[in-house]
Design a protein around this ligand. Structure first.
Ligand code: SAH
Length: 401
């Protein structure tokens, strides 16, 4: 730990007392002593009262991220290793049905700035803040020691790093090079994951519970449209549930090629399932399908994050886009059809999202009910004191007219 002290402004201790772990630049009165990015500093009130031990980063809007609210707790390699091991142990119940899960979900697991996803014997890490960058060797060693882990691979190649003053980086950190494709096994289905080139750490583990929900939403013989399909996880689940015609839309050709492969390795080919891969912009393609009078029994809408912040112009633009695709989807649903619709924008609240979807149904003059509310899976837990850890929300709506 450095001996530097960060003093917060008068009355800017409230969020810390409610255990929210971020200190924004505007809340800082002064920093006394020398501290570099990633160093642990003591956080105090202007009266000198202890508040927390936090990782300092002068290059970020979030100037400090709390490691501990306990004065007597040393922030060192042991603490970091313990936090990771405890987070991993919390996921023990998942391995009966899958070989892949998120092991560490940053602030929700009290390891600020670290994502660790396990795919079979490979752990992929993504370091998003200086707080975890400082302990990268401890993090790597702790994960490499886990039973059955053969590689620790890093994918710290996201834009968020630049906001922390960190350069992008990816590559092997420990063990052997992972194979070109890792086979994720989940509830009897298999999916190939490319951890080097795939999105984020390679795959959307946060949709696991929702893949399960789709299984009981699709009935045998139905026609399913999977929009923003990526590598076809929802398409495979729809086929497993008995869909006989699965159409996927994505703007990425390589993702759709992997989607086709994923259907194939699960035994779905032309003899059982008609699969159409449409490499296109979803906003345009949905209109084309509508103009052709196409109909689907189930539609999945899982767009990328459309709101990057809660600034009004961002929120307005994104809600218009959400409304647009949901409206088109309602038009494309057959009578009794179901819409599984998502938003992974943290800035769009559950409430706002539901209003947008309701507005879309209203504008198409279709009556629909919500059958289920969906969220990120349990290995992406929401920290009650940190609303920012809640980001994925979804609805299963059924048309009843
Ligand atoms: N549903 C997927 C994850 C979707 S991620 C799953 O469960 O695995 C979002 C996907 O949307 C990415 O594959 C990306 O290539 C695609 N995408 C982004 N913008 C798009 C657009 N305008 N039209 C079509 N696809 C788009």
């Amino acid at each position: 730990m450095s001996s530097a002290v960060l003093t917060v402004r008068t009355d800017r201790d409230r969020s810390l007392r409610r255990r929210h772990p971020w200190i924004f630049s505007g809340a800082v009165e002064r920093v006394h002593g020398s501290a570099e990015a990633g160093d642990v500093v003591e956080v105090r009130t202007p009266k000198g009262e202890f508040l927390a031990w936090a990782a300092y980063n002068p290059h970020s809007q979030i100037v400090a991220r709390v490691w501990s609210f306990d004065h007597d707790q040393a922030v060192d390699e042991t603490l970091v290793a313990d936090r990771i091991e405890t987070a991993v142990a919390r996921r023990d119940g998942l391995w009966a049905s899958t070989n892949s899960a998120r092991l560490v979900f940053a602030e929700s697991d009290l390891v600020p700035g670290l994502i660790a996803d396990r795919y079979g014997s490979t752990v992929v890490i993504e370091v998003t803040a200086a707080s975890s960058e400082r302990w990268i060797d401890t993090i790597t060693a702790t994960l490499a020691r886990l039973p059955g882990v053969e590689s620790v691979y890093e994918r710290s190649d996201l834009d968020v790093r630049s906001r922390e003053g960190l350069a992008q980086r990816s590559g092997l950190r420990a063990g052997s090079e992972p194979p070109e494709f890792i086979e994720l096994v989940e509830g009897g289905i298999r999916l190939l994951v490319d951890v080097r080139n795939g999105h984020k750490t390679g795959f959307y583990l946060d949709q696991r519970d929702n893949r399960e929900a789709l299984r009981t939403t699709v009935s045998p013989g139905e026609r399913v449209l999977n929009v923003f399909a990526y590598t076809g996880a929802f398409s495979v689940v729809a086929a497993v549930a008995g869909a006989t015609d699965v159409v996927a839309i994505d703007s990425s050709g390589p993702s759709l090629a992997l989607a086709a492969k994923n259907l194939g390795i699960n035994g779905f080919g032309p003899a059982t399932t008609a699969a159409t891969m449409l490499e296109a912009d979803a906003f345009t393609e949905l209109r084309t399908l509508r103009d052709r009078g196409e109909r689907f029994d189930v539609i999945i809408l899982d767009p990328p994050k459309l709101a990057n912040s809660s600034r009004p112009e961002q929120l307005n633009r994104s809600t218009r886009a959400y409304k647009d695709i949901n409206l088109l989807a309602f038009k494309l649903l057959s009578p009794g059809g179901r819409l599984m619709t998502f938003s992974c924008s943290g800035a769009v609240s559950d409430d706002l999202f539901q209003k947008v979807v309701a507005g879309a149904a209203l504008d198409t003059q279709r009556e629909a009910v919500i059958e289920r509310h969906l969220h990120q899976s349990s290995d992406h837990p929401i920290h009650l004191a940190v609303p920012e850890t809640s980001y994925l929300k979804g609805l299963i709506c059924r048309v009843i007219d």
